[in-house]
Every structure is written in C-alpha cells, then in structure tokens.
Design a protein around this ligand. Structure first.
Ligand code: ZN
Length: 211
C-alpha cells in the first residue's frame, strides 16, 4: 500500500470515528477504493463543467458536497449510497451511460442514480413538476440522496446563486424545494430538518430583499 493511500485510509478512519460518536464506524479498503474510484470517475465526467455561480465553481464540488452532507448531516455511512451521491449527476448531466456505472459500481448504485436522474428531454418546468409528484414514491436511499442534493442546491441558491437569477426566481426555487421536501419525508429526519431550516433561512433573507 502506498504512503498516500495509507494516509487517505487513516483520514477516512479518523473522519468516520469522529463523526459517529455513539459507535465506531470503519470503512474498509474495498469501500474506500469504491468511493475514491467514484470520485475519480465523476471528476473525469464533469471535468469541463462548472456550477452556475458567478465564480464558475468546478461542477465536481457539488456531488462531493452531496456525499459529505449525507455523512455529516444525515449520519449516513452506507458506501453504495455515498458512491451513488458522488455519481448522481453523471447520467443526467454528462454523456455517461448506465452500463458504465453498472460495470464499475454495480446494480444497487446504478438503481439509486437512475432514481434521482431527470429526463433531460423534458422541459425544465415539467421535470420540476415530476420531481414533486414522484418524490414520495422513491426508495429510501433515493429520498436521502435527493434531500442531500436539495440541501446543497438550496444552500448554493442562497449563498452562491447564478448571476442572472432574480430574488423572485430564487423564492420560486425555495417554494418548489419545499414541495419536493414534503414527498421526501420519512427517510432521514436530520436531512429533512436541515433542508427545512435552510429553506426558512433563504425565505427570510429573500423576502426582506423582495419587500
Ligand atoms: Zn445534484
């Protein structure tokens, strides 16, 4: 094992022990490898993409933050869920084929990714409408991932918004995120509470500016 890999494993071990205070949680070498492989895969697929914020943040920051939110806020440590979080936008936003994820990460990961993948052939408003309708019908894993995704997106809308978004459009986004949240309830109360709190924070901030 290389020195760098030992360092990474040690830091993952430390991170997990630190986060999960009630009982020790360990990620073994195979799981650590899967997570790093997913980060490398997603970084490669998203390599020419940036977020919509004015700073042009590299896109890969977003899926990594979604996985981190699942761990830090949701106390979720299932490796397949974390791997799916890292990969969650590859099929929707890049030329990645489902078969690639199946081959490298297995059917369970692919199933979660497909559940949170919108059909980009549909108009944006229709995709948003379908997210509200189908949120409650998702698997528990997909609901958790969607909650973490929304937490990251709403946080970005509040603190690092796309340059051309008006306050009204940002308020509309919060209203929509709230509707999706209603359908995602029952999967992870910590993620649900955090999303509700961030929506409230955004609304308080934007409504002052809008009035
Ligand atoms: Zn996302």
């Amino acid at each position: 094992m290389s020195f760098a890999l030992i360092l990474l494993c040690t830091s993952f071990h430390g991170l997990f022990s630190q986060i999960h205070q009630n009982r020790p949680v360990f990620m073994n070498i195979t799981e650590t490898h899967q997570l790093l492989k997913a980060m490398s895969f997603a970084a490669d697929k998203h390599r020419f993409q940036t977020r919509k914020d004015s700073a042009g943040t590299p896109y890969i920051n977003h899926p990594i933050n979604v996985a981190l939110t699942l761990m830090e806020v949701g106390k979720e440590y299932d490796t397949e869920l974390l791997v799916a979080a890292v990969l969650h936008d590859t099929i929707e936003d890049t030329a990645t084929l489902p078969e690639e994820i199946l081959k490298s990460f297995g059917k369970n990961v692919l199933d979660i990714v497909m559940e949170v993948t919108d059909d980009k052939n549909l108009p944006r408003e229709e995709r948003k409408r379908l997210q509200v309708i189908y949120a409650s019908k998702k698997s528990t894993s997909a609901k958790k991932l969607k909650l973490a995704d929304k937490i990251c997106n709403v946080t970005d809308i509040i603190h690092h918004p796309p340059g051309n978004w008006t306050i009204e459009r940002r308020l509309d986004y919060l209203t929509w995120a709230e509707q999706v949240l209603q359908g995602l309830k029952g999967s992870n109360p910590m993620l649900e509470d955090r999303l509700a709190a961030i929506i409230r924070e955004g609304r308080a901030k934007f409504e002052v500016q809008f009035s």
